[in-house]
Design a protein around this ligand. Sequence first.
Ligand SMILES: [Zn+2]
Length: 496
Amino acid sequence: VSDPAPGSRRAAWALVGAPVWAGPERGIVGNAVAFDSSGRVAAVGREHDVRARAPRGAEVVRLDGGLVVPGFVDAHVHLRACASALLSVDADGVDSVGRLLDLVARAAAGRLPGAWVRVAGFEPRVLGRELMPTRRELDQVAPSCPVGVRHRSLHAWLLNSAGLRVAGLSRPAPLPRGVLVLRDEAGEPTGWVMDHAGGLRARLGTAWPPVALEEAVAEWSRIRLREGLVALADASASNGPDQLAQLAQWRARGLLAQHVAALSAGQAPASTALEVPARKLLPEPGSGPDPAMLLEAWGAGQGVAVHCADLEGLGALLEAVERVPAGCRGPLRIEHASQCPPEWLPRVARCGATVVTHPGFVHAHGDRYLAVERPLPAGWLYRMRSWLVAGVRLAVGSDAPAGPVAPLTAWRTAITRRTRGGQVLGGDESVGPATALAAMTAWAADCSGLGGYGRIAEGGPGAAVLLEGEPLAGVGHGEVRVGMVVAGGTIVPAGP
Ligand SMILES: [Zn+2]
């Protein structure tokens, strides 16, 4: 772990006057933390001990209550898609085909012919109704620009005719893995293209000049830093050597303020400037990974992270892992594990897996989950408490842009299980405030190759967040806000 950026020097200083929650193992260790001139934690504990051990001449910043916690870590996020979403037309909350077409028409009016209109965050399932706009409807409002509406899940697109042409999908031809062009009864493309593994990305070309994308990356990163996010794992299944190099370069050039790890597509490159904690496997929906693939990755000393967004997929994953002799298994992350019946909880625990879950989904999508007539109990969805009771390791990720990013939104939802609309989804799955913090700091770091982050410890990265209010009392005891963020051993300037 190499933080802060090489060459940066600053004066030593100390933060005193608020209890310091150093991580799940040590809990509250005192009321002071000192940072040295290289941006690392020089001392943490009781004020007189920290003052005695702080570097000579350290300036003291006195706080008036609150709680100092480790900087937040996001165990599952898609950086490129987040930056892209910032540049796209935002379809969050669109609840009719007419409103979607209005957005597209307005964006297309300002585009040169041939320039992409991209729409992000579109969710066609709205409280029991299904919105299914078509290629022809997009053509009517945007005849001369390619239009790409990305499904909120990131696993499908709606393209207009120009978009299909640019993507080389207007004529039958071999398709990348996981790409499926939906057709009507006449055999014509409807415009909907399933893109399970991100294979369509290259076909769609670049919608933005590289400079615009980089500016969006930097803006996204600054917003997240002010919310307290100091480290993250990019979980994109399309992370080949070029994408990993790009992430490392964004970090090295200071576009990304967060420390970055990444899951890799296929074998991790022999040398990379990023931590690559695991290889991402993306089985087809409803199926599990090939046990031979698990053996190969674990045999090569790599961890494995398996995308698992449905019940059938979890069953198949468990069978595949159980076929690998226990002695040949390695680190396993289960991404999402969206649904799990009670009787499978101990099987997941026996696999030694870490479940990477998204309380933010309960907040943002919970009302829709509850409105959908589903054969499965709501309590099986995005569990937290049951995983821990069964002995499964747990970590929180945002899955942004598929879910909301603000760490405090996820933290509150982990405790309350409340949806955006105020309903409770799976109330038995709520966890306590400190457990929710652990899953968003130390445990997220542990499964992401970001050891050092997620805890406040001497010699560790100087990353911390001051939460104002009484966070350990839970929610409902006054407001909890991010009052200060420390990254790289310095205070992050407040907004905008
Ligand atoms: Zn994801």
